[in-house]
Design a protein around this ligand. Structure first.
Ligand code: F6P
Length: 319
């Protein structure tokens, strides 16, 4: 393997830069050249490609976002798009590719592998919704960002003796809501994996009030229902003043936590080792605290297991 490419795709996630740095430096350490493909699969189709040397990834390990930019490419998913991408890879003499992103991005890597290019995927998304891995790059940082916001909202919530709804990201996955809620001492978490039951939430809030609690915190994942509507309903049914905060894109930015930097550095270095070993269509994952690699098809067939225990624990701890 002489020259590889790297791209980031889908929603950005803190730690992607740490992964890029690790890919570039591990590759160069092993005498492999690296080309940075900018703007995800769109950049691959358009030949938006730059060489990456050791210095090009200096001073980025602590930075959120992705220096390569990212995109969600519809064109790449077509047969023509795929052919254009293969053509560009040939023109730039790229014989291996590392893709950092979510499920859709890994699927793209798998498609390129079928066409003959050696590909390795690295799961990177704040949502933690890539089922084959216990953690995706960026998730830990997003949880900590949400936690910081919950702590601040908790202060004003107590002062005013209100209920506060905090909406976090997670279109199909309640993981950020669940773990930020657990760590932030939420009274209730609302996640897409569980049916929304406003009466049940109101019962819990009133139970808390009756035992002298000054405020309630409810953390809601964006995919679980409209936060403002949920807040309105709760206010009507409990008679307690209720405010809603949508955290939004603040969760996608910021300096990655130590956990995300370490995870990203290790996963990315392993991706290069896999390419050097002639592997293709593999994704790196972390399971039970061990890095492993799986066939991308197999990895994508995993079904995400909702963490029922943590969900129950939020309920237990908020009595
Ligand atoms: O990165 C994952 C995610 O943040 C989801 O939680 C969210 O719904 C989505 O991306 C938003 O993506 P975009 O910025 O492309 O609209």
């Amino acid at each position: 393997m002489k020259r590889i490419g790297i791209l980031t795709s889908g929603g950005d996630a803190p730690g992607m830069n740490a992964a890029i740095r690790s890919v570039v430096r591990t590759a160069i350490y092993n005498d492999i050249e690296v080309m940075g493909i900018r703007r995800g699969y769109n950049g691959l189709i358009n030949g938006d490609i730059i060489p990456l040397d050791v210095s090009s990834v200096a001073d980025i390990i602590h930075r959120g976002g992705t220096i390569l930019h990212t995109a969600r490419s519809k064109e790449f998913m077509t047969e023509e798009g795929l052919d254009m991408a293969m053509n560009i890879l040939e023109v730039f003499k790229i014989d291996g590719l590392v893709v950092i992103g979510g499920d859709g991005s890994l699927r793209g890597a798998q498609k390129l592998s079928e066409k003959g290019i050696k590909t390795i995927g690295i799961p990177g998304t704040i949502d933690n919704d890539v089922a084959c891995t216990d953690f995706t790059i960026g998730f830990d940082t997003a949880v900590n960002t949400a936690l910081d916001a919950i702590a601040k909202i908790r202060d004003t919530s107590t002062s005013h003796e209100r209920t506060n709804i905090i909406e976090v990201m997670g279109r199909n996955s309640g993981d950020i809501a669940l773990l930020a809620g657990l760590a932030g001492g939420a009274d209730y978490v609302i996640v897409p994996e569980k049916e929304l039951n406003i009466d049940e939430i109101c019962k819990e809030i009133l139970k808390g009030k009756n035992r002298g609690k000054l405020h309630s915190i409810v953390v809601l994942a964006e995919g679980a229902g409209g936060a403002y509507e949920v807040g309105k309903q709760i206010q009507i049914k409990t008679g307690i003043e209720t405010r809603t905060t949508i955290l939004g894109y603040i969760q996608r930015g910021g300096s990655p936590t130590a956990f995300d930097r370490i995870l990203a550095s290790r996963m990315a270095s392993m991706a290069i080792e896999l390419l050097m070993g002639g592997k293709t269509s593999r994704t790196v994952c972390i399971q039970n605290n061990k890095l492993i690699d799986l066939d991308i098809d197999d990895a994508l067939s995993y079904k995400k297991q909702f963490d029922e225990k943590s969900y129950k624990l939020v309920e237990i701890l908020s009595i």
